[in-house]
Design a binder for this molecule. Structure first.
Ligand SMILES: [Zn+2]
Length: 115
């Protein structure tokens, strides 16, 4: 385990609003992160909402040298006590159905297009 300062976390991940919980350097770099803040209800803006459940989502994020960074993201599912809706945490910079984040895709696809 390795402790890195907050400001460095943001430059490593390139994703806003994330708190890094753990970094594990193996063959690849594994980073565990979770949302820094609980958003207000997406439907009615009620705050605070309750965390109903949390699941982990794994995305390949970016490369440092030739190491792949694997992001293990804790994704809370919220319940709004006011309008009774359930919804997942909305991540900026992370698309709902793609396995890689925007910065990883850029890094992978831009050199291929230039070749
Ligand atoms: Zn609500």
């Amino acid at each position: 385990m390795e402790v890195i300062p907050i400001s460095q976390n943001h430059s490593i991940l390139g994703l806003p609003d994330l708190v890094v919980e753990r970094v594990d350097r193996r063959r690849d770099i594994h980073v565990w992160a979770k949302p820094a803040a609980r958003p207000a209800c997406l439907a009615c803006q009620h705050s605070p909402v309750r965390i109903k459940a949390t699941y982990e989502r794994t995305v390949k994020h970016t490369r440092q040298g030739n190491q792949l960074m694997v992001l293990h993201l804790r994704v809370p599912k919220y319940h709004c006590p006011q309008c009774n809706r359930y919804y997942r945490h909305p991540f900026r910079g992370l698309r709902p159905r793609l396995r890689a984040t925007d910065s990883f895709r850029l890094e992978v696809f831009v050199p291929m297009m230039g070749a």
